[in-house]
Ligand binder design. Sequence first.
Ligand code: CMC
Length: 429
Amino acid sequence: MKKAEIFIDGKKSFDLPIIIDTMGNQSVDIRNLRQQTGMITYDPGFGNTGSCQSQITYLDGEKGILRYRGYAIEDLVEHCDFIEVAYLLIHGYLPNKHERERYAELLNRHSLLHADMQSFFRRYPDHSHPMSILAAMVVSLSSFYEINLEEDPELQIDLTVTRLMSKMRTIAAFTYRKMKGTDFINPSYKYSYCANFLNMMFSSPVVPYEPNPTQIRAMNKLLILHADHEQNCSTTAVRLIGSAGGNLYSAVSGGICALWGPRHGGANQAVIEMLQQIHTDGSDVKQAIERAKDKNDPYRLMGFGHRVYKTYDPRAKIAREVCEEVLQDMGQRDPLLDIAEELEQAALSDDYFKEKNLYPNVDFYTGIIFRAMGIPTNMYTVMFALGRLPGWIAHWLEWHHDPFERIGRPRQLYMGPTSRVVPPIEERE
Ligand code: CMC
């Protein structure tokens, strides 16, 4: 077995095992470090910490490679729909024709929402952010669809996974209908997963509606692009909640909350707001670039940069192509796309962005597609959540079956006061 050697104060040395993953990458196994040396490691943001062994997604940020269960993202987007990819992530293999049909039938069967849950939506204030409703409704599922692990744990987990995959789509569409103040449209057996979602969002009893095939294809592709991204912030939140024994609904609800932030999934909403601002102000993209470079200004170029990718995000490349397809189909040119393209060119040729390896990420073009589809800005992160759901489920399941699983519990470097005595209240300043 390969080993690393650690010297402390140049004197005492300790051997640490090296683990080599299936792609040949090496990691120092520090599980016994504290026991051996009395020391811990310090890694805020976990940039150098492998928190688990996983078989789900491979990501090479230097080369711009993304694979789910070994399949390239480009291949999956080209040849599969979202449900096949969800099945792949959750079950570990692509479904055959029979399994695909059976899964579609199961998803349809579990797509309705308990009637009592429907009344919750109406009680939210009109200005509510859809992500807050989504997180609350998903954790509420655990009250309506109990998980009885005493009976047949594997069957119960299967049922929960299927319910979550199907009902979260219904919840997302109902959230939009609530915001619009229109009646809910229930899912229909005659539509596929994405067409069903678009129908629940946009159909009306008074205006004929039929989901547009280009938009159905685009939605499938976008959801596939978002379906997993190994140990990102929200997936880590899901695993952490799972590690405490939290059920799947509560873990996914926690993942939704983590995703909401503008540095993570909330960036797709922030990108459109940034482009819109540039458009409304009539300012040129150079001003945005200068602000993003200014150390005294918290402004960042949204949709740019990534913890892992140090080259063009492969998802952004595909999203840009999908964007062109959707706009072309609609015979439209969005002024925000022109601004986005100009911004991308300006940033890619600027030394600050080149030196720091800041490239467009997945969120840079997706908002323009959602906008063309008629999805309102504050629903974009909900769309990201729908896509990421199978990834969250796959990680929760992987943790559940992991022989090395322990509760997630990092340590810290304590930098506070050493020891103090409580003074009487009269003596306190
Ligand atoms: N605009 C301007 N400067 C940036 C940007 C940006 N978008 N991103 C990073 N930097 C700078 C940052 O100021 C820092 O500079 P310095 O070394 O001089 O202090 C350097 O680049 C490294 O940045 P960091 O914040 O230490 O990097 P990180 O890996 O911790 O953060 C990130 C990654 C994605 C949070 C960050 O790039 C960012 O805030 N981007 C904008 C938000 C965004 O688009 N998020 C979506 C990410 S992709 C989808 C997802 O994961 O949900």
